[in-house]
Design a protein around this ligand. Structure first.
Ligand code: PQQ
Length: 244
């Protein structure tokens, strides 16, 4: 008896593939997480805002680490330059510059001590695991999947604009210049996601590649969701008066 193998599925068109990526990136994004909704509605107490800032700092400080892992996989000077710029955006060119520094200033504007943030001692176990999961994903997977995972940033700039408005309105006790991190990320996120989308659309040539890219983006949505799950669960256990 001869068995006939089903022919491989036809690749989606570029427009279909982009649509699938955008749909996953929107439907499963952490802007829909109950903790994010409560944060943007002004429902968090000061200690809950501080807990979010502290735990998100753990994510932020690992972004350039995962971008360094991706850079090492890229095979042309032009591509590596693009990714080096991302590392620079976070680490700065000089001491006292860059996104990590701006996040530390956000923490200080919210009443957190920089040394406590840098020590990482208040980071929740679930947040450590989620961030480790993202870094290891980018360490182990091929460039297509590692770059596709960053495409949550297609949705991030709109969220950043909403966050600035929400913080200005609901958390005025945080000094205005503490929000510079978010202001800077609007343009950076837009540029990064446009570049990454172009690469993913070009690199994924087969249906299997395309499905892997969509799965990578879905995994990244899980990372961000799990991070907020951990922060929310901690807030539920300790109540809004708990100090971070
Ligand atoms: O506050 C947010 O909601 C948010 C989300 C994301 C994201 O969607 O991954 C990033 C950021 N912020 C961010 O600030 C950032 O630098 C960043 C880098 C990346 C990435 O995966 O390369 N995502 C994000």
């Amino acid at each position: 008896m001869t068995t006939t193998l089903a022919p491989p599925a036809k690749p989606w068109t570029r427009a279909e593939f982009e649509d699938r990526l955008r749909t996953v990136g929107q439907d499963r994004y952490h802007d829909r997480h109950p903790f994010n909704i409560r944060m943007h509605q002004g429902g968090l107490g000061p200690d809950e805002v501080r807990s979010w800032i502290t735990n998100r700092f753990h994510y932020q400080r690992h972004i350039p680490v995962k971008d360094a892992l991706i850079t090492a996989k890229l095979d042309s000077p032009r591509l590596r330059r693009t990714w080096l710029r991302r590392i620079e955006d976070h680490d700065g060119r000089h001491e006292g510059e860059g996104g990590i520094e701006r996040w530390l200033r956000l923490g200080e504007a919210a009443g957190l001590d920089r040394r406590t943030l840098l020590s990482g001692e208040s980071v929740l176990p679930g947040v450590r695991l989620a961030v480790e999961g993202y870094v290891n994903f980018c360490r182990l997977r091929p460039p297509l999947e590692a770059v596709a995972a960053s495409l949550t940033e297609l949705t991030a700039p709109d969220l950043m604009r909403l966050r600035i408005e929400a913080f200005e309105r609901h958390y005025p006790w945080i000094a205005a210049d503490g929000l510079d991190y978010f202001r800077t990320r609007v343009d950076q996120g837009r540029r990064d996601s446009t570049e990454a989308l172009d690469l993913v659309l070009r690199w994924a040539r087969t249906r299997e590649d395309q499905e892997r890219a969509v799965a990578a983006l879905s995994f990244k949505c899980d990372v961000l969701w799990a991070l907020l799950d951990a922060v929310q669960q901690h807030a539920g256990q300790h109540g809004p008066r708990e100090r971070v």
